[in-house]
Write a protein that binds this ligand. Structure first.
Ligand code: NAD
Length: 489
């Protein structure tokens, strides 16, 4: 690149031991809405990870001996600082990821702020157990202590949101961390590092190493001094992480992919169900692990549902993510866009009907966005259950709608995939809602709503969607080591 060109690029640095450190090589990072390289991300490897783990180990004794209240005050301060810069963070997240500015403003960054506030509060309220054995003259109690250096690896779809969902509980519990955000969306993590000192986070408590999964991620997973890894990403990567960490017997939390069903019975309130199911299918370009991608509609209302659903989906405008009237931004990368488009082509080749979106409707983009990675919300009907579009995670703005007849049948079909992350059930029959919710193989079941979360309660998936849960109590248990102590008097 010319001098003028390279000057315009944003160049990130690793954050190790409280200092920004340049790296010897860099990766290009693209603006998904224009297709331009706009940022250079450190291409870290073993050496950088080694330095970060050392800084985290050195910071552990002091940080872990602080009281929960002291740590809580620091987390609250960090939340305030991010909130103060909310607009700058939202702009950066939208530019880096392709998501709409509206989504970044109302979901990503407010949730990152909330993650710190939530764990700043919840860390103050844990109690441990105590039992007595009078005949033996003994009392037993449990105590919990932070584990050490936590390795945190996060994906590109909700960058700061998911990274802080790990950093906040890890440091609230007294661990120190080495975090590795996705190489495709590293900017907001780097911005957060600039606020740590001001918030009072001591050097070495939070270290961020940027780079690819194969180099930086694997170095972290293989490091002998990192006893636990919290990972959010794809099932394939989780398999690799499990293999690589096995020789060290590491503690793993794995939050993985989904193929989430929506089950819509004929007594559902369609005026609520349709806009919510359009949102659950296409929010954040369908790039949320919790997005709906298989919609089962009871036969009596199937054609009415399809007509109204497609009309509603067509209201979602695709275009420049920084335009607040836009609902669908750009997909993360050119490769990912191609992958998502290919699913639509495969469905067509199998005889399914594409009712709107990709290949059916024209996509008009502003001049500045012609090279961006855009795609219209796409609805496919008459897809066979065994089709790859009904079995594999697409992770884009594509949803499949099929008909069903009975409750028993739909439960079997909804469970007929390798994943088990989230499901939605729409019905006004309370008994049915309970029956179906109990039988779905899914870590989360939402009935007559979607994405309503109480962070106190467990979050995570069954089957290929993950191992372990995250939430107030669950994250506390994951990020601490428990001990049973017996006292004879
Ligand atoms: P990914 O698995 O490709 O990457 C996730 C992270 O892992 C990135 O930081 C990446 O650099 C790193 N990584 C890749 N290979 C690695 C390796 N060998 N060792 C260590 N780290 C490695 O996933 P992605 O494409 O970034 O994200 C999309 C996926 O994440 C989807 O499958 C989605 O469903 C899933 N996801 C799950 C949840 C959840 O909470 N269950 C939330 C969001 C996204």
């Amino acid at each position: 690149p010319t001098m003028a060109h390279s000057k315009a690029l944003l160049v990130l640095e690793n954050f190790i031991g409280g200092k920004f450190v340049p790296c010897s090589s860099y990766i290009d990072s693209y603006n998904p809405s224009t297709g331009d390289v706009y940022c250079k991300v450190p291409d870290s490897g073993k050496e950088e990870v080694e330095a970060a783990v050392k800084a985290a180990k050195d910071a552990f004794p002091i940080w872990s001996s602080k009281s929960p209240l002291e740590r809580s005050q620091i987390l609250n301060k960090l939340a305030d600082l991010i909130e103060h810069d909310l607009e700058a963070f939202a702009q950066a997240e939208s530019k880096d990821q392709g998501k709409t500015i509206t989504f970044a403003r109302t979901v990503d960054i407010p949730r990152a702020v909330h993650n710190f506030r939530f764990f700043a509060s919840s860390i103050l309220h844990h109690v441990t157990e105590c039992t007595e054995m009078p005949a033996m003259g003994c009392v037993h109690y449990t105590s919990r202590a932070p584990v050490g250096v936590a390795g945190l690896i996060s994906p590109w779809n909700l960058p700061l949101y998911l990274l802080t969902w790990k950093i906040a509980p890890a440091i609230a519990c007294g661990n120190t961390v080495v975090a590795k955000p996705s190489e495709m969306t590293s900017v907001t993590a780097w911005m957060m590092c600039k606020l740590l000192e001001k918030a009072g986070v001591p050097p070495g408590v939070v270290n961020v190493v940027f780079g690819t999964g194969a180099k930086a991620g694997e170095a972290l997973v293989c490091h002998p001094d990192v006893p636990l890894i919290s990972f959010t990403g794809s099932t394939l990567t989780a398999q690799r992480i499990t293999e690589k960490s096995a020789p060290h017997c590491k503690r793993l939390s794995l939050e993985l992919g989904g193929k989430n069903p929506a089950i819509i019975f004929d007594d559902a309130d369609l005026s609520q169900c349709i806009p919510t199911t359009v949102r659950s299918s296409f929010a954040n370009q369908g790039e949320i692990c919790l997005c709906t991608s298989r919609i089962f509609v009871q036969r009596g209302i199937y054609s009415e549902f399809l007509k109204r659903f497609v009309a509603e989906a067509k209201k979602w405008k695709t275009g420049n993510p920084s335009d607040p009237t836009i609902s669908v931004g750009a997909l993360i990368s050119k490769e990912h866009l191609e992958k998502v488009r290919n699913y639509v082509k495969k469905a067509q080749a199998e005889g399914a009907r594409v009712l709107c979106g990709e290949g059916v409707d024209p996509l008009a983009l502003p001049p500045g966005n012609q090279k961006g990675y855009f795609m219209l919300p796409t609805v496919i009907a008459e897809v066979k259950d065994e089709s790859c579009c009904m079995q594999e995670e697409i992770f884009g703005p594509v949803t499949c709608v099929v008909a069903f007849d009975t409750e028993e049948e739909v439960i079997q079909r909804a469970n007929g995939v390798k994943y088990g992350l989230a499901a939605t059930v729409w019905s006004s029959n309370v008994g049915r809602v309970h029956r179906v919710a109990h039988r779905l193989q899914s870590g989360l079941v939402w009935t007559n709503c979607w994405l309503v979360r109480d962070l106190n309660l467990p979050f995570g998936g069954m089957k290929a969607s993950g191992i372990g849960r995250e939430g107030a109590k669950d994250s506390y248990e994951f990020f601490t080591e428990i001990k049973t102590i017996t006292i004879k008097h």
